[in-house]
Design a protein around this ligand. Structure first.
Ligand SMILES: NC(=O)c1ccc[n+]([C@@H]2O[C@H](COP(=O)([O-])OP(=O)(O)OC[C@H]3O[C@@H](n4cnc5c(N)ncnc54)[C@H](O)[C@@H]3O)[C@@H](O)[C@H]2O)c1
Length: 255
């Protein structure tokens, strides 16, 4: 495979970057030659990842941030300004699944929490990132949606609503900032083997197999597969792609 081409000395931000898919995205950005900012609630994992990235020869910064908190997002972006003075790419990945259960049993608290992190939090991040990308002459944003933003999943009403909203925020910002050389795309993973999917399946082998069989490829995806697509969407290879919601799902939504 030819090397992914990012801007020289680019700075990439990954929210929810300490664990799971975000961790793989952060490492993939570093391997592609970017300096990386990891934002998350988990300080020890985030700090350890920043050290690992430094070991790859790139600069890294961990910032403690809750994306659902407007002041926290402002502080996160200010920390990037102070340390790097630029932002080229952002992967808005922080997300939670919330409680499982049908719509009539979804508590208002659960609905508000999931929307607050996955949709409102992602909006707060994009709103702060866009002016910085414009100041640097453009860049790319990849929002972590889900196949649950493309089709319904029984038992996850708030999650599906939040991810559908992420797809629409993505399309809207893509239209608004295309002329300013900012590309905005969403990645829509199928089931990816992370702590989140372990929580959803309870790691019960029967349930895990059912999840695997949702994908025509007969397996779940890996964080690295999602990371590869994410960093490629930021690269020169994807220079004419914006406003897309790209499923990385082993064929699930092609059915
Ligand atoms: N795993 C899957 O099957 C799957 C499928 C489709 C989409 N996704 C999406 O991918 C993203 C990452 O999922 P994952 O499986 O790696 O989850 P995960 O739970 O394994 O990791 C999520 C990370 O986000 C961080 N985070 C959570 N809330 C945050 C907040 N308010 N502020 C900052 N950081 C926060 C967590 O601390 C953690 O490090 C999520 O948006 C998720 O909805 C996951």
């Amino acid at each position: 495979m030819s090397r992914i081409e990012l801007r020289k000395d680019a700075v990439a931000l990954v929210t929810g970057g300490a664990r799971g898919i975000g961790r793989s995205v952060a490492l993939a950005f570093a391997r592609a030659g970017a300096d990386v900012v990891v934002a998350d609630l988990h300080d020890s994992d985030g700090e350890a990842l920043a050290e690992e990235i430094a070991g790859l020869g790139r600069q890294a910064l961990f910032v403690h941030a809750d994306v659902s908190d407007a002041a926290g997002v402002t502080a996160m972006l200010a920390a990037i300004d102070r340390r790097f003075g630029r932002l080229d790419y952002a992967c808005n990945n922080a997300g939670i699944e919330g409680a499982q259960g049908p719509t009539a049993e979804c508590s208002l608290e659960n609905f508000d929490r999931v929307i607050g992190v996955n949709l409102r939090g992602l909006f707060l991040c994009m709103r702060g990132q866009i002016p910085r990308l414009i100041a640097g002459g453009g860049g790319a944003i990849v929002n972590m949606a889900s196949v649950a933003g493309l089709v319904g999943f029984a038992g996850l009403p708030a999650y599906c609503a939040s991810k559908g909203g992420v797809v629409q925020l993505t399309r809207t910002a893509a239209l608004e900032y295309a002329e300013q050389n900012i590309r905005v795309n969403a990645v829509c993973p199928g089931a990816i083997r992370t702590e989140m999917i372990d929580r959803i399946t309870g790691t019960d082998p029967e349930t895990v197999r059912q999840f695997e069989l949702l994908h025509p490829m007969g397996r779940m995806g890996t964080s690295e597969e999602v990371a590869g697509t994410t960093v490629w969407l930021c690269s020169e290879g994807a220079a004419f792609i914006t406003g897309q919601a790209l499923a990385v799902d082993g064929g699930m939504v092609a059915r």
